[in-house]
Design a protein around this ligand. Structure first.
Ligand SMILES: Cc1cc2nc3c(=O)[nH]c(=O)nc-3n(C[C@H](O)[C@H](O)[C@H](O)COP(=O)(O)OP(=O)(O)OC[C@H]3O[C@@H](n4cnc5c(N)ncnc54)[C@H](O)[C@@H]3O)c2cc1C
Length: 446
């Protein structure tokens, strides 16, 4: 199901890799993270090429709601408790800098992408104290955050947290503009990476440095990203005929909604769940909430997408592993990949071109996630072990990534992996990784 962004914009296609090539930097993945990183590296004079398995912007970036914010759910209070004041301030500084950089870039290049300054709100009906604690932490981090009770929502909230000077945009219009001058090879899946060699079906690229911006880094070793991330799906409806909201909203209570105006439409998101753990009535439940709140509106379009969730809710941006100093990663955005893709691009450009970044320790993929991450680690390991054991039984649909049992997703007619989030269509064709290949299985329809 196509998003409104896909329906409104088609980025001109590029040819596949024509054969073996040498380059300074190879970026794997032409989503927002890969394209922004390639753009800033090229601006520093680096010779960069991008390898994309499908087409530019057609990964998870096409399914986003495209809020550009430094308000990322209840992140500041949790960062203060688990990583301390300095790291919390760095998170705020890097994401505020990312918003400013979007503003500057879009203005300087006169990019037509419906970029609009808006306030962002967290709201609650059940947890006013959580909002209060987040407000205190955000202010300590240097963000002018205010607690309010009045909002434009069609229901009464107990408390809301307002961040000013946040923004929204059209992600594919933006991508089209900044990717136009880049060297991109589409329909060129990277099969494996060995040292400096990036191997594709159409030839090998030899690169001094390699950036994995492919949403979920697919090598199992080194890096062990499969043990440190899982994926979560969320669903979005575009409503026409809904009232015009000025701000963007996210509910922090269970089944809280994400709301964001987009032209004449209102985007309503929610019903998140771990990919591969079926939620068959996700669209119906979301539609029922939307119809209840906006009875005069109708559903113009619906879609879903997924993102990687790390053990400590911070992305992995930086050196891929200790073993490969010339590999870099940008992943684990936890559904905040608009600002965090910009953070990735700025951080990786500093790291690659100048050897260091002021933000590298906060986001380093090599960090210890801390004691507070242990429950999430245990849950992830348990889910992965369950999927692996079930995958041992004969006759089940198995994910080629690590052999976990796939589950049938009724809402979208896909096979999904509960361990690491790979997805396949009903005939076993790969939709999204970390698996790099389609399923070879005799049982195609459940
Ligand atoms: C429903 C939903 C709503 C969201 N809303 C927001 C929001 O409002 N604000 C916000 O900040 N974030 C939001 N996010 C998160 C955000 O959309 C993502 O974090 C972001 O789009 C991820 O970008 P990416 O470039 O990492 O991944 P992608 O866009 O998926 O790009 C990765 C690319 O790599 C390619 N690739 C994969 N494997 C290979 C390979 N082997 N070889 C070559 N290419 C490969 C893929 O084809 C893909 O094009 C949302 C997420 C969801 C699920």
């Amino acid at each position: 199901m196509e998003s409104i962004w896909n329906k409104q914009t088609r980025i001109p296609g590029r040819n596949p890799l024509p054969g073996n090539l040498d380059t300074e930097i190879a970026v794997i993945g032409a989503g927002l993270a890969g394209i922004l990183t390639a753009f800033y590296l090229a601006r520093e004079g680096k010779e960069v090429l991008v390898l994309e398995a499908s087409a530019t912007g057609m990964g998870q970036t096409s399914g986003t709601t495209a809020k550009i914010t430094s308000q990322h759910n209840l992140i500041y209070h949790s960062l203060l408790a688990n990583r301390g004041m300095d790291m919390m301030k760095l998170y705020a500084e890097s994401n505020q800098a990312a918003i400013q950089e979007y503003k500057r870039l879009i203005k300087d290049r006169r990019i037509q992408c419906h970029f609009q300054k808006r306030p962002a709100f967290l709201y609650t009906m059940e947890q006013p104290n959580a909002i209060h604690m987040e407000a205190i932490a955000a202010r300590q981090a240097g963000i002018p955050a205010s607690e309010v009770i009045d909002t434009q929502l069609p229901f009464t909230v107990k408390r809301a947290l307002r961040f000013d000077s946040q923004a929204s945009f059209h992600p594919l219009e933006f991508l089209e503009a900044i990717s136009s001058s880049l060297t991109i090879f589409e329909h060129t899946p990277v099969l494996s990476v060995k040292g400096h060699a990036v191997i594709t079906p159409y030839g090998n690229v030899t690169a001094e440095k390699i950036v994995f911006a492919c949403h979920y880094p697919f090598p199992l070793i080194p890096g062990y990203y499969f043990a440190r991330m899982y994926q979560e799906r969320s669903y979005v409806l575009a409503l026409s005929g809904a009232p015009d909201l000025e701000g963007m909203y996210l509910g922090i209570d269970p089944d809280g909604l994400s709301l964001r105006p987009a032209g004449s439409m209102l985007l309503v998101g929610g019903q998140s769940h771990r990919t591969g753990i079926p939620k068959p009535h996700a669209y119906e439940s979301l539609a029922s909430s939307a119809c209840h709140l906006f009875p005069q509106a109708s559903i113009a379009c619906k879609w879903s997408a997924q993102d990687c969730i790390t053990l400590d809710s911070l992305p992995y941006i930086g050196r891929f592993s200790r073993r490969n100093p010339h590999w870099f990663a940008a992943t684990g955005f936890g559904k905040w990949g608009m600002t965090l893709s910009m953070v990735s691009a700025l951080l990786l450009t500093d790291l690659i071109c100048h050897g260091s970044s002021p933000w590298e320790h906060l986001y380093s993929p090599l960090r210890f996630p801390g004691i507070s991450a242990l429950p999430r680690l245990a849950g992830h390991m348990a889910e992965s072990a369950r999927g692996l054991v079930k995958g041992l039984f004969p006759g089940v649909m198995r994910c080629p990534h690590m052999g976990c049992k796939l589950s049938w997703n009724e809402a979208e007619s896909t096979w999904d992996c509960p361990c690491h989030g790979s997805r396949f269509d009903s005939s076993g064709k790969l939709i999204t990784g970390p698996s790099q290949t389609s399923c070879r299985c005799h049982k195609l329809i459940p």
